[in-house]
Design a protein around this ligand. Structure first.
Ligand code: ZN
Length: 333
């Protein structure tokens, strides 16, 4: 508060403090401290109204002098710093573009596949990542004593009933069990296995699951949709071959391979020198699975397939190591 003494030593104290701040503080801090809305100058002026009328005039005069001093010194300091600054502020300089990032490669291919399958009448479904033994194994034709279960090193949450789903087929099991045909859906999601990480295998990976159950569904329908969708996502020039393959949940089973885009069939580290990449698996849904779901196998048949989304993304975007898809490095090289 303003000292009422005629000599007004309080002002001297503020001047002294201000001169010290001029040396120590940056220009913005000084401005706020002295000339800001709640700064010292305004506060001192506000205190004048409480003074007796005989000293008001003198104190006002002192405060005006102080204010002028503060304003001129701040201006001087600003001019000096502007002149010595090597970087001039140029209003016409274009603004640096903001880095807004991009969608994850797996998200991009997943969304494109949703788009493709939506066109052919497939809906998008979802299911839990922590799954029960029943939906993950039992219902998909892998009973407890089945040797196929040994193929999968499962990550259990609570053995033996609760686990991290080893395949997105668990969603298929849930939908079949709880929906009446005709059924057409797809789903993209994470699956988990107790794998040692390598360039082409990871403990966390992404699968894209598709199911169609209707009247008169055959392998020809599955082969057609595999061919059409693979070319849609990887380009019309993609070479595809089909191999018969065993999967416990289908009968018969098949696996489409695509010619490796890294080496164009010549053989490289990514395709393990085969020239081809196993990219998906599928087949006709096993009658036992349909029966377990309460679906009449005399009336309905269906196909199911699962894609390896990471491998699709790797081939599509030329990503050489599957581990790059889930680490923190945002630059894919
Ligand atoms: Zn290759």
């Amino acid at each position: 508060m303003v000292n009422t003494n005629k000599e007004n030593p309080a002002i001297d104290t503020y001047i002294k403090e201000f001169k010290k701040d001029l040396e120590d503080l940056d220009i913005d801090s000084i401005y706020v401290k002295y000339l800001g809305k709640k700064g010292i100058v305004n506060t001192l002026f506000a205190g004048i109204r409480d003074l007796s009328s005989d000293i008001k005039k003198d104190v006002s005069k002192d405060l005006n002098t102080f204010k002028s001093l503060v304003e001129s010194e701040i201006k001087n300091k600003k001019d000096t710093s502007d002149n010595t600054s090597s970087e001039k502020f140029d209003l016409t300089y274009p603004v640096n573009p903001t880095k807004i990032g991009n969608l994850h490669p797996v998200t991009i291919v997943t969304r494109e596949l949703y788009q493709f399958f939506h066109y052919y009448g497939f809906s998008v479904q979802d299911g839990p990542e922590i799954e029960s033994d029943y939906y993950n194994f039992e219902m998909m034709g892998v009973p407890k004593d089945h040797p196929a279960r040994e193929l999968q090193d499962t990550l259990y949450i609570l053995e033996p009933e609760h686990l991290l789903r080893t395949q997105t087929s668990s969603i298929e099991a849930r939908i079949l069990k709880n929906t009446k045909p005709p059924i057409r859906f797809v789903n993209g999601g994470k699956a988990f296995r107790n794998e040692t990480g390598s360039k082409s295998n990871g403990a966390i990976f992404h699968q894209f699951q598709g199911v169609c159950v209707d009247k008169n569904i055959t392998m020809a329908n599955l082969k057609w949709i595999f061919t059409k969708s693979l070319k849609f996502i990887l380009g019309e020039d993609t070479k595809i071959r089909f191999r018969a393959k065993y999967y416990p949940e289908v009968e018969p089973g098949l696996s489409p391979d695509i010619e490796c885009k890294f080496c164009v069939g010549a053989g490289c580290e990514i395709c393990k020198f085969r020239g081809w990449i196993e990219i998906a698996g599928g087949g006709m849904i096993h009658p036992n699975t349909l029966k377990e779901a309460g679906i009449d196998t005399n009336e309905y048949s269906g196909f199911a397939f699962g894609w390896g989304l990471d491998r699709i993304a790797m081939q599509r975007f030329k990503i050489r190591d599957i581990r790059l898809l889930i680490n923190g490095n945002i630059v894919y090289v």
